[in-house]
Design a protein around this ligand. Structure first.
Ligand SMILES: Nc1ncnc2c1ncn2[C@@H]1O[C@H](COP(=O)(O)OP(=O)(O)OP(=O)(O)O)[C@@H](O)[C@H]1O
Ligand SMILES: [Mg+2]
Length: 588
């Protein structure tokens, strides 16, 4: 779909107002096109053979007609603009709605390849950029097109052959604006892109402010910002260079048209083949043509500008998510929680496999621990279970059915994830804990906080559960953030609970408390825990050892310790490191 069709599609979302506006504009154009006739008639009625009073009456009559049509034009124009405002505001409203829906619909892999700053600028400033074409394009664009058509029609009626000069003038103006528009399109695309990069730089500087200050790289960052700002500035100036060509060129075309009409019309008047009032009518038409021609040229520029923005917006709207429900997706009424990986291979990109032939089963209600070096693919494995990414080969089954067969929303509703990097919303603690469940009761929230060993801390805060956590949870410590996200995952009472290193930033005692509480509530919950903690590993029913995307050990602790050399090595290293901490647990 090109931008023009897209603009029409959004205008037609308020079809009724659009049609009303068109009708009012049509009336206003009729008034506009009739006016020159009465101007011409003011001269035409003059007749030296009639008494002076008759002459005055004739002139006055036509004068009042001109006035009347001007008033009518004002009236219809105002009505048209009111309707037009409705149409254009609604169009932008729907567009904004559609782009945010499109962004929410996207999958993880989309965000992996798209910069946040570019996305934000598409959803904000690009939409802003289209506002003008939706508004001005509609009322003025439609009005000018109607006016030019009306004037051409009038010209044809009063002087058939002269109207060809008019057509040449209109044609030249259109070619001019087409030429300028073609030159401007890449420049406008560059302005939009550089603006997106500008947004991205600012965003990264704000989000990463700690890193920037820590390494004192403000100057480097400023340079980066300046470079993008320069790009934006140059593209903007460049656009004016072509933009400013249009108006003066139109003046020349109009001058040429005026002189030709005067010259040819004048000669015919002398020949006696054309009346003076017809010449005046034609000249008034030429004068009336200037304004709509200029407006149309201007709108062409606004359109090209909007086209650049809309092309970027369409990019988001048209990228349909690669992970979605199959047509006959099955709802999940009650999940048991058995998980089975069957020969799974996966890569974030086509040419690089991160997971290779992974197979394992976790029976419902059992606990699996995943052990492996950094980058071995532990987090990647768990990303596949809620279908954040789709495996390239193999199948993942839950309760003996391929996860791709389930309704995605149902699948995710049954899985609680505490990911490695916690994200919190700038809301209250209670709102963050209950994020996954609307209208969760106060008791449920407190219960979840207690299991996550966070309740005792929360009640020391002045506003308790109503305390705001700050953007991304900046007002909480690393461990508190993790515990909050554990509480958030628990509140939805998932059938499958996934903890990705989630207790790494909490101290041994807290971890122990959480583990104890989790063990209590985890009855009947299948859990997958990525961990380095010996106590957790030993408490697991099954253990997987992952090495560069392959399973190199799978079994219970007792099986592995006696048969798997690698496991034995890892276990002993971890044991040495955590010896002192384990004592605490054993004392308990
Ligand atoms: N979104 C992504 N796009 C491309 N590659 C990725 C992405 N996420 C992870 N990877 C790559 O996949 C590999 C496995 O990453 P993964 O996060 O699963 O490791 P991990 O075992 O969880 O490591 P850690 O213990 O450090 O958390 C890494 O080499 C990483 O570079
Ligand atoms: Mg990880």
């Amino acid at each position: 779909m090109n931008s023009a069709r897209m603009i029409f599609k959004y205008w037609l979302k308020s079809r009724k107002f659009f049609i009303l506006e068109f009708i009012f504009l049509l009336f206003s154009t009729i008034c506009y096109t009739l006016t020159p006739i009465f101007i011409g008639r003011m001269v035409g009625v003059l007749d030296p053979y009639l008494p002076v009073s008759a002459n005055i009456t004739g002139v006055l009559f036509n004068f009042f007609m001109v006035l009347l049509f001007a008033l009518l034009r004002y009236f219809f124009n105002r009505l048209a603009r009111l309707k037009g405002a409705e149409v254009s505001s609604r169009a932008v409203y729907h567009l904004r709605d559609d782009i945010s829906n499109a962004i929410y619909r996207q999958t993880f892999s989309y965000f992996d390849k798209t910069e946040t700053g570019q996305l934000i600028s598409r959803a904000t400033s690009d939409i802003e950029e289209t506002q003008q074409i939706f508004g001005m394009g509609l009322t003025l664009g439609l009005q000018s097109t109607l006016q030019i058509s009306g004037i051409t029609f009038g010209f044809f009626i009063f002087s058939f052959d002269l109207s060809f000069i008019l057509l040449v003038a209109i044609f030249i103006s259109f070619m001019l604006s087409y030429y300028i528009a073609k030159k401007l399109k890449p420049i406008f695309l560059e302005t939009r892109d550089s603006f997106g990069d500008l947004t991205n730089t600012i965003r990264e500087n704000i989000v990463g402010t700690q890193v920037v200050r820590m390494f004192s790289t403000q100057n480097k960052e400023l340079q980066k910002f300046k470079k993008n700002n320069d790009r934006f500035y140059k593209a903007s100036v460049n656009s004016v260079k072509y933009n400013s060509l249009y108006m003066p060129s139109i003046y020349i075309v109009m001058g040429f048209l005026m002189i030709s009409t005067l010259f040819i019309g004048g000669s015919r008047f002398i020949n006696g083949t054309l009346n003076l009032d017809t010449i005046i009518i034609l000249l008034s038409y030429v004068a009336a043509l200037g304004f709509p021609l200029m407006v149309l040229g201007q709108i062409m520029l606004v359109y090209i500008q909007a086209d650049a923005a809309l092309t970027r917006v369409r990019d988001v709207l048209n990228s349909s998510p690669d992970i979605k429900d199959v047509p006959d997706a099955i709802p999940i009424t009650k999940m048991k929680g058995e998980i089975e990986f069957n020969n799974i291979s996966f890569g974030y990109t086509q040419d690089h496999r991160i997971l290779k032939n992974i197979s394992f089963t976790v029976p419902a209600g059992k606990k699996l621990a995943i052990l492996g070096t950094t980058g071995s693919g532990k987090s990647t494995i768990i990303n596949l279970i809620p279908r954040f990414y789709e495996a390239n080969e193999g199948t993942i089954k839950i309760d003996k059915r391929d996860i791709r067969k389930y309704i995605l929303k149902d699948l995710r509703k049954n899985i609680g994830i505490v990911s490695q990097e916690t994200f919190l919303f700038n809301k209250s603690i209670a709102e963050n804990i209950s994020y996954g469940k609307d209208n969760a009761s106060k008791e449920e929230i407190i219960e979840a906080a207690k299991i996550a060993d966070l309740h005792d801390f929360i009640i020391t805060l002045p506003k308790k559960y109503d305390s705001i956590v700050g953007e991304r949870g900046t007002r909480l410590s690393g461990g508190q953030k993790q515990r909050l996200s554990i509480a958030r995952a628990l509140l939805i009472k998932p059938k499958i609970l996934i903890l990705d290193d989630s207790t790494s930033s909490v101290d041994v005692e807290t971890e122990y408390n959480i583990q104890q509480a989790l063990t209590r509530i985890m009855k009947g919950i299948t859990s997958i825990i990525i961990t380095q903690r010996i106590s957790t590993i030993r408490g697991a029913d099954y253990i997987i050892i992952l090495d560069r995307g392959r399973v190199v050990g799978y079994g219970t602790h007792d099986e592995l310790i006696s048969s798997n050399v690698l496991y034995k090595q890892i276990y002993e290293t971890l044991y040495q490191k955590q010896k002192s901490k384990i004592k605490i647990e054993e004392i308990e």
